[in-house]
Design a protein around this ligand. Sequence first.
Ligand code: SF4
Ligand code: SF4
Length: 116
Amino acid sequence: MKNWGFKISQARIIDLDKANTKMFEDLCLKVPSAKRCIMCGGCSATCTASNHTNFNFRNCNLMFRRGQFEGLAEELDKCMLCGKCKLVCPRGVNTRAIIYNMRIILNKMNYKNIEL
Ligand code: SF4
Ligand code: SF4
């Protein structure tokens, strides 16, 4: 095959009808404000962990919503639960509680044993 010096990315299709959204519904029972997130990224812009790692709360939240749990526990492990993100959220989302509860849910699902 001819090498054109570039390649086309693999198609990445997410079928939301087949996604496991049950865990996100469970999370919303514990932290109702999780539903208010509009993925603006304000929390990530101010995040302490993001300053030192590639941690991104918005991305973690999106993965959890879609039921994409692989590798998520390791990502959430980077959060220090300092709560700065909660202070800047324009939608009043309790981000800290979301992260804490996502960790508990993933632990129960045996995605990885992490310290809570
Ligand atoms: S700042 Fe609030 S609304 Fe924006 S992405 Fe973060 S949690 Fe969601
Ligand atoms: S609680 Fe976690 S996600 Fe929020 S600012 Fe602190 S380190 Fe970042």
